[in-house]
Write a protein that binds this ligand. Structure first.
Ligand code: 5AD
Ligand code: SF4
Length: 449
C-alpha cells in the first residue's frame, strides 16, 4: 500500500513505517513510476487501480520521487491543509523535473476534479490532471490501449494480496454544509449487485482473505428494492472476512446492525460519522438526523455486537458552534464510548455552504475544543481497551512487520493488535491480550490456526 496521509488527528490504531525503501536505480530502458496517495480509503483503492495500470504499461514501481520517471499524486480535497500538503509535494516535483530527474507528473483524485486544479497545472507544470471519474484516462497517457469506461468502479480493484477493497458505490446524494465530496465525486452511483458479487467471487478464488466494501455512503447502496443489508449478507456468504466503510447514520438500518452481530464472517466494527452531538449543529450541517437517533443506532450496534468497536468522525469549530453545542458533543462522546474517532478542525472549502456562513469560531477556541474532544475520546477508548486485557482472541494478521518487528493484526471485534508473530499477512493466530493503550491492544501469540 502506498503512503496514506490522513490530515487529522485520529485516535486510530495503525501506524506503519512511511520510510521509502531505498531502491537502486532501475537498469536503463525500464520505466519507473511512483504513486503517492493522500486521504481516504477510496483513494487508497483508486491508487490500487492506478498501480495495475502502470504495471500493465511496463513501469516498475519505486518509492522515491528521484527514482521515478512518472510520479502520480492521487489526492484528497476534503480539508484545506490537504491541498497545502499536496502543494508542498508539487513544489518538490517541479524542482526535480527542472533538474531532469522526474520526467512526468500526473495529479489525480479529488483535487484533480476541483476547479483549483487548472491553476496548479500551470503553476507547477503538471503534465496530466484527472478527476475521480476519469482515472482510466491515465491508461492512454502511459501508452495502454484506451479503456472503454463509463463507470470507474467497474475497473478491477486490488487482486494481489490478502486484503482487497471493493467499491460498491461512488459519489454522495447528501449536501453537508462543509463538504466538497458531492461536488468532486458527483451524485451517488451504485454498482450493480451482479458485478459486485462476481468481483468478490473472483477475488476470493484468487486468494483474498479479507474484503472491505467501500463507498462514500456505503450503506446507501441500493438496487431494485435491494438494500445494503441484503448485499452485505450475500457478500458475507462468499468472503471469509468482510467489513465496510463509510456509513451514514441516516442510511444505517437496524437490520444491518443485527446482521453484523449475527454473521461470523463480518468484522464487528462500525465506523459511523456523527460530526456533532448538538442538534442545532447537525441541522446547520444538514446531516438529516438528531443526536438522539444517532445514540439509538449505537445502542443497537452495542447490543448486537457487544465485543465490537465503534468509531466516528467529529468536526469541531463549524461556523456558529457555541460552547453549549460543544458540550453536547462532549456528552455524546461520553455516552457512545467510541473506540476511536477522527477529529477534524473545521476547514472552509470553497464552494461549500459553510465557507460563506461567517460566524467563525476563533482559532484558539477551536484548538481548545479539539483537545477536549480528543482527550475524552482517548480516555474512553483507553478504558474500553483495558477491559480486553487477559482475553484470548483470534487475530487476523493484516499488515506485515513494523519498524519494531511487530505485525499488526485485527480481532473479530475490529481492534488493532500489535503482536510478535512469524505468521504472514492473511493468516490467523490465537493470542492473549497482555496490555492495552488508547489506540491498540498488545498481544502474545500462543497458537496458529
Ligand atoms: N472541515 C473539516 N472536516 C471535514 N470533513 C469533511 N469536510 C470537512 C471540512 N470542510 C470531515 C468529516 C468527514 C470526514 C471524511 O472529513 O468529518 O466525515
Ligand atoms: Fe460529505 Fe456529507 Fe456526503 Fe459524507 S454524507 S460525503 S460528509 S456530503
Amino acid at each position: 500500500m502506498s503512503e496514506t496521509i490522513n490530515e487529522t488527528t485520529k485516535a486510530s490504531p495503525i501506524k506503519l513505517s512511511r520510510k521509502p525503501a531505498s531502491q537502486p536505480r532501475m537498469p536503463d530502458g525500464i520505466k519507473t513510476a511512483c504513486i503517492r496517495t493522500f486521504g481516504c480509503q477510496m483513494n487508497v483503492h483508486d491508487s490500487d487501480r492506478i498501480r495495475r495500470m502502470i504495471r500493465d504499461a511496463g513501469y516498475a514501481e519505486v518509492q522515491a520521487y528521484e527514482e521515478a520517471d512518472l510520479v502520480v499524486l492521487n489526492t484528497c480535497y476534503v480539508r484545506e491543509n490537504a491541498v497545502d500538503r499536496v502543494r508542498g509535494h508539487l513544489g518538490e516535483l517541479y524542482r526535480l523535473k527542472r533538474e531532469g530527474r522526474v520526467k512526468q507528473v500526473a495529479l489525480t483524485g479529488c483535487i484533480g476534479a476541483a476547479k483549483e486544479s487548472a491553476e496548479l497545472k500551470s503553476q507547477y507544470n503538471i503534465d496530466l490532471i484527472l478527476g475521480t471519474h476519469n482515472t482510466y484516462e491515465l491508461a492512454t497517457f502511459i501508452g495502454l490501449p484506451t479503456m472503454e469506461e463509463t463507470y470507474t468502479p467497474n475497473l478491477p480493484g486490488t487482486e494481489d494480496g490478502h486484503n482487497s477493497f471493493v467499491t460498491i458505490m461512488t459519489g454522495c446524494n447528501y449536501q453537508c454544509s462543509y463538504c466538497v465530496v458531492p461536488s468532486v465525486r458527483g451524485r451517488m452511483v451504485c454498482r450493480p449487485v451482479d458485478d459486485i458479487l462476481a468481483e468478490v467471487e473472483r477475488l476470493v478464488k484468487s486468494g483474498t482473505s479479507y474484503i472491505t466494501l467501500l463507498g462514500q455512503t456505503v450503506d446507501a447502496w441500493r438496487e431494485d428494492g435491494k438494500r445494503f443489508c441484503d448485499l452485505l449478507e450475500r457478500v458475507s456468504d462468499i468472503a471469509p472476512r468482510v467489513s465496510f466503510t463509510t456509513s451514514h447514520p441516516s442510511n444505517m438500518e437496524d437490520r444491518t446492525l443485527r446482521i453484523i452481530g449475527e454473521t461470523d464472517t463480518i468484522v464487528k466494527r462500525l465506523h459511523l460519522p456523527v460530526q456533532s452531538g448538538s442538534d442545532r449543529m447537525l441541522k446547520a450541517m444538514h446531516r438529516g438526523y438528531k443526536a438522539e437517533r444517532y445514540r439509538r443506532k449505537t445502542e443497537v450496534f452495542r447490543d448486537s455486537a457487544p465485543g465490537g468497536t465503534l468509531s466516528t468522525d467529529i468536526i469541531v469549530g463549524h461556523p456558529g458552534e457555541t460552547e453549549e453545542d460543544h458540550r453536547q458533543t462532549l456528552k455524546l462522546v461520553e455516552d457512545c464510548e467510541f473506540d476511536s474517532a477522527y477529529i477534524f478542525k473545521f476547514s472552509p472549502r470553497k464552494g461549500t455552504e459553510a465557507a460563506d456562513l461567517g460566524d467563525l469560531v476563533q482559532d484558539k477556541v477551536v484548538q481548545r475544543r479539539f483537545s477536549e474532544v480528543l482527550g475524552s475520546v482517548e480516555q474512553n477508548a483507553f478504558r474500553r481497551n483495558q477491559r480486553k486485557v487477559g482475553d484470548s482472541e483470534e487475530i487476523y494478521i493484516r499488515h506485515g512487520r513494523t519498524d519494531k518487528g511487530e505485525s499488526i493484526g485485527e480481532t473479530w471485534g475490529g481492534h488493532a493488535v500489535y503482536v510478535d508473530t512469524g505468521a504472514g499477512v492473511g493468516e490467523y493466530i490465537e493470542s492473549k491480550i497482555e496490555s492495552a493503550g488508547p489506540h491498540a491492544l498488545y498481544a502474545r501469540e500462543y497458537g496458529r490456526n
